[in-house]
Structure formats: structure tokens, C-alpha cells
Design a protein around this ligand. Structure first.
Ligand SMILES: Nc1ncnc2c1ncn2[C@@H]1O[C@H](COP(=O)(O)OP(=O)(O)O)[C@@H](O)[C@H]1O
Ligand SMILES: O=C(O)C1=C[C@@H](OP(=O)(O)O)[C@@H](O)[C@H](O)C1
Ligand SMILES: [Mg+2]
Length: 181
């Protein structure tokens, strides 16, 4: 698979809680790729948590940092990159994402909510009705996520290992060269 990919980066996109960070790390290992999580790079560079960045600088400043990180990582090859759920919002980010293969991890809001109900690290979910907030974020973003090269629909009870395997199995179908006439 690594030889088929020829070093092309894989970008995982999708809603918060869908498993981009968890699956991305496994996927990188399986492909002998490096692993980057854009949120981790942002937090390390800023010297504070994502919550603190949102609190102290606001979402717009976070989105700028996110674009800056993405523009830098896309210069490298052989990476699996777990993005933050909102990376799809800025048009300029798509020009970076399209340097590689874009994989959308798609799961129902109920599954995501069951994972994040007690989570305090997602500033956008610190809301009086987090499940409704997830619903409205997904509604705003669904058509953007759908621009990915590969969609992986995630069912309840699927392990991160099973999801990583399904991604690897889906790659050849999008790497096929078009038939020349
Ligand atoms: N396939 C899975 N099955 C069960 N729990 C999972 C799975 N993938 C991720 N999780 C858990 O869900 C939470 C969110 O996962 P994470 O990888 O941080 O998602 P994202 O990066 O998309 O926000 C974490 O607690 C993680 O351990
Ligand atoms: O959906 C979003 O807008 C966000 C998702 C988070 O990352 P994960 O998708 O890894 O949770 C993080 O970037 C920030 O809290 C904003
Ligand atoms: Mg993540």
C-alpha cells in the first residue's frame, strides 16, 4: 500500500469525536507514515490548550493558526494528518488538503455524542445542549466534508483498527489512473 501511495499524504476530516486523532495515529503506523495532529501542533506552538486559545484569542485566531499549520505540513510527504473538525470551513484550506488524499470519517451524531458527552476539551461543545450543537455543526459542514476523496461511514462498535483497515482498503479505488482514450 505504501508503494501505491508513493508518499502522498492522507488527511482525515470529519466531526469532532469521530476518531480522526485515534484512527490517524494507527493508520500512520500501518503505512509506516509520520503522524501529525493539527490541534497538537497548534497547542504546542501556542504553549496553551485549544480551550485556552478559544477563550483568550477567539475562534477566528484559532482558525488562522489552523490554516498556518496546514499550509506548513502539506509541504511534507509520507504523513497521515488528523485535522480538527472545522478545518473544512476555510476555502483556502482546501487547496492544502487537495495536495493529498482526503478521507472523511462520517458517524451519526448519536455515536459522536456518546463519546464526547463528558469531554471538556472541545470548546465548541461547552454548550447548554451539546447534542443539538453537534447536530447544527454537522448540518453546516456536511456538504464540505462530502468533498473528500473517500467517505468512511462509521458504525457503532467498530474499533479504530477496523476503521484504519477499511481506509487502507479504500485507497486503491481512488488512486486508479483514469483510462486514456
Ligand atoms: N472507533 C472507536 N471506538 C470507540 N471509541 C473511539 C473510537 N475512535 C475514537 N474513540 C474515542 O472517542 C473520543 C474522540 O476520539 P478522537 O480520536 O479524539 O476524535 P477526533 O480527533 O475526531 O475528535 C476519544 O475518547 C477516543 O478514545
Ligand atoms: O470541530 C471543530 O470546530 C473543532 C474540532 C476540534 O478537533 P477534533 O475534531 O479533533 O475534536 C478542535 O480543532 C477544536 O475544538 C474545533
Ligand atoms: Mg482530534
Amino acid at each position: 500500500m505504501s508503494s501505491l501511495l508513493q508518499g502522498v499524504n492522507l488527511y482525515l476530516i470529519g466531526m469532532m469525536g469521530v476518531g480522526k486523532t485515534t484512527v490517524g495515529r494507527l493508520l500512520a503506523k500501518q503505512l509506516a507514515y509520520g503522524f501529525v495532529d493539527t490541534d497538537d501542533v497548534i497547542a504546542q506552538a501556542a504553549g496553551k490548550s485549544i480551550n485556552q486559545i478559544f477563550d483568550e484569542e477567539g475562534e477566528a485566531a484559532f482558525r488562522q493558526l489552523e490554516s498556518d499549520v496546514l499550509s506548513q505540513v502539506c509541504a511534507f510527504t509520507k504523513l497521515t494528518i488528523a485535522t480538527g473538525g472545522g478545518i473544512v470551513l476555510r476555502r483556502e484550506n482546501w487547496s492544502y488538503l487537495h495536495h493529498g488524499l482526503i478521507v472523511w470519517l462520517d458517524a451519526p451524531v448519536e455515536l459522536i455524542y456518546s463519546r464526547l458527552a463528558d469531554d471538556t476539551t472541545r470548546p465548541l461543545l461547552q454548550d447548554s445542549d451539546p447534542q443539538e450543537k453537534l447536530r447544527s455543526l454537522l448540518e453546516q459542514r456536511q456538504s464540505l466534508y462530502a468533498q473528500a476523496d473517500i467517505r468512511i461511514a462509521i458504525a457503532q462498535e467498530e474499533t479504530p483498527e477496523q476503521i484504519a483497515t477499511r481506509i487502507i482498503e479504500a485507497i486503491p479505488s481512488v488512486l486508479k489512473k483514469p483510462v486514456s482514450h
